[in-house]
Design a protein around this ligand. Structure first.
Ligand code: AP5
Ligand code: MG
Length: 216
């Protein structure tokens, strides 16, 4: 199945996508991760996207849709895609329809993860990851068991996203409200939206996501 995880910054899209990958062998397609990889590699797309991302604004529809198209081209059609952080505008939603049709895929479910805005800021501002394996941590909610050492891979270097500060997070949320949330009615009209309570603990959110997919 191909699904969209929709929700504001820090809602838990990446967290839930990783679990779906483990459980169902699906593939996570995060345009945010792809863009950050392009920034790190200093590709032409990365150079163009960097300043936009640092401000918390949206990169152009054409760039992100081309990234998704290229990823799907390289994937077996039997592997389910999890669209994480894409589409983010009405134009991207239209482009995704065309891309899915081109690759012979169908959209099975859109899962909206709902979380209060203050909680989102708390989550994002405290978030960091292992620089080696990408395992996620949080200043308040999830510290490594041994301080300074990754639980998963033993790495000792950690990093924070440049756009994970309060000011940029507020811009990212405003972008979500203005441009991404308005895509929901389109999917609602197709009867494929499920809402999950993203304020619940991670395991409970996963259970709700599984239930939504089981009923799809
Ligand atoms: P992107 O990377 O997509 O960021 P985002 O949408 O702002 O979302 P995040 O990745 O910050 O949050 P998440 O929902 O994945 O939450 P997570 O699981 O990490 O985009 C970044 C930028 O790239 C954009 O601003 C834009 O510039 C550009 N971009 C990307 N896609 C684009 C597109 N399509 N078009 C245009 N521009 C685009 O969880 C957050 C934290 O909360 C973690 O610490 C986690 O451990 C914790 N947590 C998760 N779930 C729970 C829970 N249930 N309870 C407690 N803590 C939890
Ligand atoms: Mg994410």
């Amino acid at each position: 199945m191909n699904i969209i995880l929709l929700g504001p910054p820090g809602a838990g899209k990446g967290t839930q996508a990783a679990r779906l990958v483990e459980r169902h062998g699906m593939r996570q397609l995060s345009t945010g991760d792809m863009l950050r990889a392009a920034v790190a590699a200093q590709t032409p797309i990365g150079i163009e996207a960097k300043a936009v991302m640092d401000r918390g604004e949206l990169v152009s529809d054409e760039i992100v849709s081309a990234l998704i198209d290229a990823e799907l081209l390289a994937m077996g059609v039997d592997v389910g895609a999890i669209f994480d952080g894409y589409p983010r505008t009405a134009e991207q939603a239209e482009q995704l329809d065309a891309i899915l049709a081109k690759h012979g895929r169908k959209l099975g479910r859109v899962i909206e993860i709902e979380v209060d805005e203050d909680e989102l800021v708390r989550r994002i501002v405290g978030r960091y990851t292992c620089a080696t394996c990408g395992e996620g941590y949080h200043d308040q909610f999830k510290q490594p068991k041994t301080a300074g050492t990754c639980d998963k891979c033993g790495g000792t270097a950690f990093k924070r996203r440049k756009d994970d500060n309060e000011e940029t997070v507020r811009t990212r949320m405003a972008e979500y409200r203005a441009k991404t949330a308005p895509t929901l009615p389109l999917y609602e009209a197709r009867g494929i939206v499920s809402r999950v309570d993203g304020m619940a603990p991670i395991d409970a959110v996963s259970a709700a996501v599984e239930a939504a997919l089981a009923n799809a």
